[in-house]
Design a protein around this ligand. Structure first.
Ligand code: SAM
Length: 223
């Protein structure tokens, strides 16, 4: 069986009872960075387990090996460094192949940063589009320009290295809609959690003043 296990996005207290139980009883864990998952097990007082980094599954034969072991009846948990596996994180190839091979799959849901960002935003979230990380080059400007006509709330991830540039680009692309709300959620569930509500008109100032530290979710209201 393959268990897809979400883990906290910062606050250890957000681990679910099912996640703990699953990590305790599985035979092995396919994760992202073995040090991060090893540390999580330690913090949860779960005995050491064989850990394999998912990156080594990118080559076909390693993936095939995992599938063979799953078919033999081994119980694997799939985790990522934080949040939900497959959400802007590795995991898709393993889940897809396991499903195609008829392997039993269960999901152990939990935190995802974009969901936390959406629910903290105070913006309408009955309809939204999740964009992961914006493309760095090809298609970036076209995508940002398309935000002008988007009728759903938009949510995406940004790293500390690009937060200022991205906010400045949004300010410029959406300048014809100065009242459109924008929320920037930083370090959700962590000690320095911060949720900044602004508008397109205020984005330039926010881009300069925002603390350039940690992890970010950007939410833009519908047009
Ligand atoms: N799988 C994760 C999830 O379910 O949210 C996302 C992994 S993605 C590689 C990492 C990005 O998620 C960060 O660059 C940041 O944009 C966002 N993120 C993760 N944790 C966050 C947090 N505590 N607060 C704000 N954003 C966060």
């Amino acid at each position: 069986m393959l268990s897809i296990v979400s883990t906290p996005i910062g606050n250890l207290g957000d681990i679910t009872l099912r996640a703990i139980e699953t990590l305790k009883k599985c035979d092995a864990i396919v994760c992202e960075d073995t040090r991060v998952t090893g540390n999580l097990l330690k913090q949860l007082n779960i005995e050491k387990k064989p850990l394999t980094s998912i990156t080594s599954y990118s080559s076909g034969h390693r993936l095939a090996d995992a599938i063979t072991r799953l078919k033999r009846g081994e119980h694997f948990a799939l985790t990522s460094d934080a949040g939900t596996p497959g959400i802007s994180d590795p995991g898709y190839a393993l889940v897809s192949r396991a499903r195609a091979e008829g392997i039993e799959i269960e999901v152990v849901p939990g935190p995802a940063a974009f969901l936390a960002g959406l629910s903290a935003s105070g913006l309408p979230i009955h309809r939204f589009v999740y964009l992961g990380f914006l493309p760095l080059k090809k298609g970036r400007q076209t995508l940002i320009q398309s935000f002008k006509d988007e009728e759903c709330t938009i949510v995406f991830y940004e790293s500390v290295h690009r937060i200022e540039k991205t906010l400045q680009e949004l300010a410029e692309a959406l300048q014809s809609q100065p009242d459109r709300p924008v929320v920037i959620a930083r370090e959700l569930t962590k000690m320095h959690e911060e949720v900044i509500s602004t508008t397109v008109a205020g984005l330039s100032v926010t881009a300069e003043s925002i603390m350039k530290k940690g992890e970010f979710v950007i939410v833009i209201g519908a047009r």
